[in-house]
Write a protein that binds this ligand. Structure first.
Ligand SMILES: [Zn+2]
Length: 449
């Protein structure tokens, strides 16, 4: 979609990253590092997502990977690189709270059996890249069929080996046997490799055991499947899977390791079981009822509703027939319930289930969130301040504020007048590094550090 970036730019943006990593690793054996580069961004319009307002003609000072100062009267130091976005609208890097970057984006989950884990990992590299270039500088990635492929992808991005958003990963799906997060649809005599059924658990203590292992092996949060699923063979989205005892065990055990839990849930009872157990967010929340909405409000539970996906599920030529059957009627109900939840003032985040729709078109969901009841500002806040709060790192990202990571994007028009401007992000900076700079000088211009 937005392939404006050229290979030389990527190469050039990469070299300093790897160079810095090398210096850090060498420790005291090398001379002190040069002072961090300073960049000043001139923002014509600036979306202050914390206050819910738009400011004109702001200057954002970036030193190294962090934002140092923001304001109309910030002095630009001598020698600073200036990026002129005075004709654009500047806002924080977007955050998608429900992605599956490390999986194949196939409609048929069983296709994963036709590839080795390594082949899947390499095939998934472009998923991370297109997501970042679309303006999403952080994702909460909520499960993977090949356990720990997401941990490896997160670390590869953090080390600068591949390009992608900052990832917070689940490590695996925690699911009942043959449940919503399991690899189903196989004959009973097929024995799956360990990583394709790693997260199966069938009692509170098995749930705790999985969480202990996942916490030790690098998970940032825990994904549990509270009800059946749409995109799983033999599953019924309206069925209850984990019991309240198992969900409570998950939240308590995850809490012991400082981790939060998100629950996949379509059915009303499964949603309420998870909210009462104390999960941080409900994924999909398709059939949430009035009691569920009231409970979410009372508990401060985020709803992370993927209301655009229907467009992809019904239009993809290869969506399996049983998935279409599950999906029927659910999508419209989910959109109606989204409207109710927005009106009730429930906390909401932006989560697309990217992988169902192709990676990189995440921002198309914004227009649906506005169509079904949010103001454009609320939709932007759901993907910035709210998302950072749900992930638990408001101190690091989610707004353009001094001290936070320099995760900054820009669009041509005014997304508050036309939210679809977010589908055409023109400028992407993550941790002070420019990855996308459409229409700007390719030599010596922004990003060419
Ligand atoms: Zn999902």
């Amino acid at each position: 979609m937005h392939r404006k970036i050229t290979f030389p730019i990527l190469c050039l943006s990469f070299i300093p990253l790897i160079g810095l990593a090398g210096q850090a690793a060498a420790g005291s054996a090398v001379a002190p590092a040069a002072p961090a580069l300073v960049t000043a961004i001139r923002a014509g319009k600036f979306i202050d997502v914390e206050a819910g307002r738009v400011l004109a003609n702001q200057i954002i000072l970036v030193r190294g990977t962090k934002i140092e100062a923001v304001g109309a009267n910030v002095t630009i130091p001598d020698g600073a690189k200036v990026i002129d976005l005075s004709k654009m609208t500047v806002l924080p890097g977007l955050i998608d709270c429900h992605t599956h970057l490390a999986d194949l984006a196939d409609a048929e989950p069983l296709n994963v059996l036709q590839r080795t884990a390594v082949e899947t990992a390499y095939s998934a590299i472009p998923n991370a890249r297109v997501t970042l270039l679309a303006g999403f500088t952080t994702v909460r990635d909520v499960g993977v069929y090949r356990a720990f492929n997401d941990v490896a992808m997160r670390d590869a991005i953090a080390r600068g080996i591949i390009i992608g958003p900052r990832m917070y990963v689940a490590g695996a799906y925690i699911t009942i046997s043959e449940g919503a997060g399991a690899m189903t649809g196989l004959s009973p005599d097929i024995q799956l490799p360990w990583d394709l059924h790693y997260g199966e658990a069938n009692s509170p203590w098995e749930v705790r055991q999985k969480i202990r292992e996942l916490a030790h092996r690098g998970a940032d949060h825990i994904k549990v499947l509270s009800t059946g699923a749409v995109l799983t063979h033999g599953s019924n989205p309206k069925s209850i899977e984990f019991t309240p005892e198992e969900l409570r065990a998950a939240v308590e055990e995850a809490g012991n390791f400082g981790l939060r839990v998100e629950a996949h849930a379509h059915a009303a009872e499964g949603i309420k079981n998870a909210i009462r157990a104390g999960v941080a967010s409900i994924e999909h929340a398709t059939l949430i009822d009035d009691e569920g909405i009231a409970l979410a409000k009372q508990h401060g539970t985020y709803l992370d509703m993927d209301i655009y996906d229907e467009e992809c599920i019904q239009s993809a030529p290869d969506t399996p027939a049983d998935f279409l059957q599950h999906d029927r009627d659910l999508a419209e109900a989910q959109r109606r319930n989204f409207t109710k939840a927005v009106r009730a003032g429930v906390k909401m985040t932006f989560g697309t289930d990217a992988g169902v729709c192709p990676h990189g078109i995440n921002a198309r969901q914004f227009a649906f969130m506005v169509k079904y009841g949010m103001t454009p500002m609320q939709a932007i806040q759901s993907a910035t301040v709210n998302a950072a709060d749900l992930i638990g790192h408001s101190e690091l990202f989610g707004s353009i504020t001094a001290g936070k990571s320099a995760d900054i994007i820009a669009v041509n028009g005014d997304p508050l007048a036309d939210i679809r401007e977010l589908e055409h992000v023109q400028f992407v900076m993550k941790e002070g590094q420019v990855y996308e700079a459409a229409g700007m000088s390719r030599s010596g211009g922004p990003g060419l550090r």
